[in-house]
Design a protein around this ligand. Structure first.
Ligand code: ATP
Length: 790
């Protein structure tokens, strides 16, 4: 093991001097990125510098280029803004300024720069790299350096990280800070909603986004807004007021007491006139609505980073250093991005150029091109928003013979966003002429009471931000009484089923699929949207509710860490849920900077506790009082049957010989509940509509049998052993789980998942897709360094 560690430390032969900086507007998560760059750089034996005050610091040099130590970034994960400062710097736009910056870097011997900022900052960085050789030559010519002195600095390595709340960079799904800003917006709009409903008011909320409507679009979906204005989809000049009024009036007529309109600050009409929050207000007042405007402003930038941004910034910071060490003078500067769940590298300048082309397309009034240049998720979500909200006027109704009855059921422990997903599925159904049916209180509710409720628009319209389950959930699985379930499926003539749940939901889907042989009524498309904080559904890396749970754990750990600042030298052993899956524990450990993480996959023994003690002692030895926060150990509830949370706390307390106090902390059911996070709400909506399309497509492609239960019987034949087998090719594909794997989202058949990817007795998948978290946690907590030194 030690050899393995040493080889990890020696993975890169080159030891560089790397500088990291934040530039442009600040965004939550920048500190996590700087922390990751500093510690990863040190881990690989590099010298790491922080450039204070953005490009201003590069120009001025001196104290603004600070060599960083491991301890310098302690506690940075939970700090908002950027602790190394940022600035807009006119000087760097001039060649003279960049020459000065090059001189400062050479003086310190720095030849690699990791820049975390928006497209402006990254453009500047790439220009700096392309000019570098000539700038160096000029510095020699000016007599500032000799040819020998500059010889080692022939090239400058640049790696970009996108720190921006606007999420405006092409080629990456999210930028560092975007989800934190979205979270803040949703929190504020939720507050506004309450007062709006009380007074039956309309509220127009302006959010940031000069050239990009991501925040406005996502906020529109997550807050159940009536209408949104985004720069990429300019509204018809002089006519947009009519559609806006029509939509708001229609929603009022359906029984809504309030209206929410989200306006991006860069919203335009098709003549490129700005559409301001006040313009929107005037239109609504014209309609007779009591209307108020709220401009959220800088509150969107503020506060600490949400779990997603801490994770993104940490993984990207680590990859940025690896990219520095792997880059050659011939490879273009990389930009670190993310697709779904996968950290990726892409050519920096291509992404920047693509981003700029969106603004150009808007300027030349080519709005179709502008929206087509956004990533597929953006386009998909924009269309979903229209489908579920604006086009509920009958324009999307399907022909009678394509209209379906769709059952929706919640199974297992509640997790956030069950209601948000149900809402989107129901709204999609209603605008397309399908009938959404809620199976009340899970499968056992159906078996015992037969209660199935046809959902109306008004039933679901405000479910976007409700935690828990409005239709009731139950742990019982479908197999409890398949005959009765089949009876009700027949009674309500279900053409499709959406299950929301965790492992019980997964199991139920398998049971329903297996029961098709005896109950042909189940021969309908059936999908599972994984929804569980344990994230233990086989085949996927993402479950609804996980993001909300992680946010609550991050806030909880920040709070208890801070509580220790009064007492100093305190250790908390935090017990988190997750069943036999260590995902939540590992993720929380990674984004809270835990000293240690105990999971079922990562066993506890005396050796590991001994190592924790050494690491804690090392941590406290460097704690000179300037960073008084407590230290965290995370233990999954099933990590060991012997080493309980209390026992670990007792052992560490005893062994610390009074040097530090140890406490246990149990967040308990707070992990399951609460208002769903903005990310969970958006993913819920996206997955729900995907499932509806899956159900529609399957029915369309099998139309001969879709509406006729007798025909479903005929889809089986008897084989030579006298067993009933399906006659339809790919029959199994029609009972599937919506899965995220790396950068892909797909429907995977339950039959194959159950057979090939499930450990039934442990109620989880075979693949531990979060293995990397543990490795990175160990690297950034200093555990790997400590082991190598032993
Ligand atoms: P945000 O998305 O928050 O606006 P940004 O990085 O795009 O972030 P800018 O103000 O455009 O913010 O750029 C930040 C700094 O980067 C500028 O003050 C300037 O120092 C430098 N910079 C921007 N564009 C260039 C450029 N074309 N050439 C050289 N330097 C540039």
């Amino acid at each position: 093991a030690i050899n393995l560690l040493k080889s990890s430390l020696n993975a890169y032969k080159t030891k560089k001097k790397i500088a990291v900086m934040t530039s442009g507007g600040d965004s939550p998560g920048m500190n996590a990125a700087v922390r990751a760059v500093v510690r990863t750089g040190l881990h690989y034996g590099c010298d790491v510098y922080a450039v204070y005050e953005g490009y201003e610091g590069l120009l001025r040099g001196g104290d603004l280029l600070k060599k960083m130590s491991w301890e310098d970034v302690r506690g940075w994960l939970s700090e908002g803004g950027t602790l190394i400062g940022t600035a807009r710097c006119m000087g760097f736009r001039q060649r003279e300024g960049r020459k000065q910056a090059a001189g400062n870097l050479i003086t310190e011997g720095i030849d690699a720069l990791v820049v975390c900022g928006g497209d402006g900052s990254l453009t500047g960085a790439d220009l700096f790299r392309s000019e570098w050789p000539s700038l160096v030559q000029e510095l020699v010519k000016d007599g500032k350096f000799t040819a020998e002195q500059v010889a080692p600095y022939r090239n400058l390595t640049i790696v970009g990280l996108v720190g921006s709340i606007d999420n405006d960079m092409s080629g990456t799904d999210s930028t560092i800070g975007a989800y934190s800003a979205l979270e803040r917006i949703c929190e504020m709009v939720d507050y506004i909603d309450a007062t709006a409903k009380s007074h039956s008011r309309a509220f127009v909320v302006e959010v940031m986004g000069r050239h990009c409507g991501w925040l406005a679009l996502m906020a529109g979906i997550a807050t159940g807004a009536d209408y949104i204005f985004i720069p990429e989809r300019a509204v018809p000049h002089g006519k947009w007021q009519d559609e806006l009024k029509e939509v708001c009036q229609r929603h009022r007529a359906k029984g809504r007491r309030n209206n929410t309109i989200i306006v991006a600050e860069g919203a335009l009409d098709d003549q490129l006139n700005p559409v301001t929050a006040n313009d929107v207000k005037d239109a609504l007042i014209d309609l007779g609505l009591d209307t108020k405007v709220t401009i959220l402003g800088h509150v969107q930038r503020g506060g600490t980073a949400v779990a997603h941004d801490r994770w993104l910034a940490t993984l990207q910071g680590v990859d940025a250093v690896r990219a520095v060490l792997e880059n050659t003078p011939d490879t273009p500067s990389p930009l670190i991005g993310i697709l779904e769940n996968k950290i990726i590298r892409m050519p920096l300048m291509e992404s920047v150029a693509l981003t700029k082309s969106v603004a150009d397309a808007i300027e030349s009034k080519d709005f179709d091109k502008a929206i087509s240049l956004r990533d597929t998720e953006f386009i998909e979500l924009y269309e979903n928003f229209l489908s579920t909200t604006v086009k509920d006027d009958g324009s999307e109704l399907l022909p009678e013979n394509e209209r379906l009855n769709v059952g929706i059921v919640h199974v297992g422990a509640p997790s956030a966003a069950l209601n948000a997903a149900t809402r989107s599925a129901a709204l999609y159904c209603l605008s397309h002429g399908h009938k959404p049916y809620a199976i009340m209180n899970g499968f056992s509710g159906l078996i015992q009471t037969g209660k199935v409720k046809e959902l109306s628009w008004l039933d679901v319209e405000n479910w976007h931000n409700l935690g828990g389950s409005e239709i009731g959930t139950n742990r019982s699985v479908a197999a409890e009484d398949m005959g009765t379930i089949a009876y009700y499926f027949q009674k309500f003539k279900f053409d499709g089923l959406i299950i929301l749940g965790g492992f019980e939901g997964f199991k139920s889907l398998k049971q329903l699929r297996d029961a098709r042989v005896d109950h042909p009524i189940f021969n309908i498309p059936m999908t599972l949207i994984p929804a569980t904080i344990s994230n233990n559904v086989p085949g996927t890396e993402y479950s609804l509710g996980v993001d909300t749970c992680l946010n609550s754990l991050v806030n909880y750990t920040d709070d208890i860490k801070q509580s220790a600042s009064a007492t100093r030298k305190r250790v908390f052993v935090v017990e988190v849920q997750g069943g036999h899956s260590g995902y939540i524990a590992s993720f929380t450990g990674l984004v809270t900077g835990a000293v240690s993480v105990y999971t079922p996959e990562n066993k506890i023994d005396l050796e590991s506790i001994k190592e924790d003690l050494s690491l804690l002692k090392e941590n406290f030895r460097h704690d000179k009082g300037e960073n008084r926060n407590g230290k965290i150990l995370i233990r999954n509830e099933q990590a060991s049957s012997v080493y309980s949370t209390q026992l670990i706390a007792n052992i560490i307390s005893e062994q610390s010989r009074g040097k530090f106090g140890v406490r246990t902390a149990l967040p308990g059911h707070a992990q399951q509940g609460g208002v769903p996070s903005s990310k969970d709400r958006v993913v819920a909506s996206r997955f729900a509509v995907k499932c509806m399309k899956f159900i529609e497509n399957w029915n369309k492609n099998n139309q001969a049998t879709a509406k006729d239960s007798d025909a479903r019987v005929l889809r089986f034949k008897f084989n030579s052993q006298g067993e009933k087998v399906p006659t339809v090719e790919h029959e199994d594909d029609s009972a599937a789980v919506i899965c995220v794997n790396g950068s892909h989202v797909s429907f995977k058949p339950i039959a194959r998942l159950w057979e090939k990817e499930t450990i039934v007795e442990l109620r989880k998948g075979q693949e531990v897709h979060w293995k990397e978290f543990t490795k990175i946690s160990d690297m950034l907590s200093g555990r790997l360094k400590l082991r190598a030194e032993v």
